[in-house]
Unconditional design. Structure first.
Length: 192
């Protein structure tokens, strides 16, 4: 079975809809992961971005890491994950952006060492869930400041009723989502 179909089936069986905005995917993405399914996702992202000239896959800890790793493995390139820190200190050796977290109600800094991102990189960003997109926008700002090129964004689950993916597409970025959720009002409704 292909990654998209299998992921949809797993979500219908194992996801927990908390309210009309939030769905818990702990059994599939955010706490437990199924390595075979994650590898299928990586294969799918790699197929979609095969000709995009990617030399590095970037994500943010922690839940983006499995899908980003699988994608990087399939493309045969390194994967780098931005770290999150609650710190006010600035470090000249890191790219750093402050991002608010809507669901957690806190502000964190995301950091990437300048050793691992620079102007020779052409980057594919992979993330697990996109909601308002604050974290991903922070990462895109870092890519721009580093002088790297952005090949695109791959997300496992796009929540279409929140603005994140749309606002990033409006910047002219290619966004590929494996699964799109149109609504959580009557359980999970996928967009086709
Ligand atoms: P985002 O769109 O950039 O992710 O920003 P937002 O501030 O909206 O989301 C903050 C965090 O909440 C992100 O995790 C995001 O994946 C998670 N999130 C948003 N909507 C949902 C949802 O419906 N279900 C679940 N399970 N998570 C959601 P994070 O801060 O990156 O944390 P981590 O998962 O990497 O530890
Ligand atoms: Na998350
Ligand atoms: Na994430």
């Amino acid at each position: 079975m292909d990654a998209v179909k299998e992921l949809q089936e797993r979500m219908l069986k194992e996801a927990v809809v908390i309210n009309q905005q939030v769905v818990l995917l702990d059994a599939v993405l955010n706490h437990q992961v199924d390595p075979a399914l994650i590898q299928e996702m990586g294969r799918e992202f790699a197929a979609r971005f095969r000709d995009a000239g990617v030399n590095k896959v970037l994500t943010i800890e922690s839940s983006g890491i499995p899908a980003a790793y699988a994608t990087a493995y399939e493309l045969g390139v390194p994967m780098v994950f931005a770290r999150r820190k609650q710190t006010l200190a600035t470090d000249p050796d890191v790219w750093q952006e402050r991002v608010p977290s809507f669901t957690k109600g806190i502000v964190t800094d995301i950091l990437i060492s300048k050793r691992f991102l620079g102007k020779h990189d052409r980057v594919l960003v992979i993330d697990d869930i996109i909601a308002n997109g604050d974290a991903v926008r922070g990462l895109l700002n870092i890519i721009e400041r580093a002088g790297a090129e952005l090949a695109g964004l791959g997300v496992v689950v796009e929540k279409c009723f929140q603005e994140g993916a749309r606002s990033i597409r409006e910047r002219g970025v290619r966004v590929e989502s494996l699964v799109k959720i149109r609504s959580l009002e009557n359980g999970i409704e996928f967009e086709d």
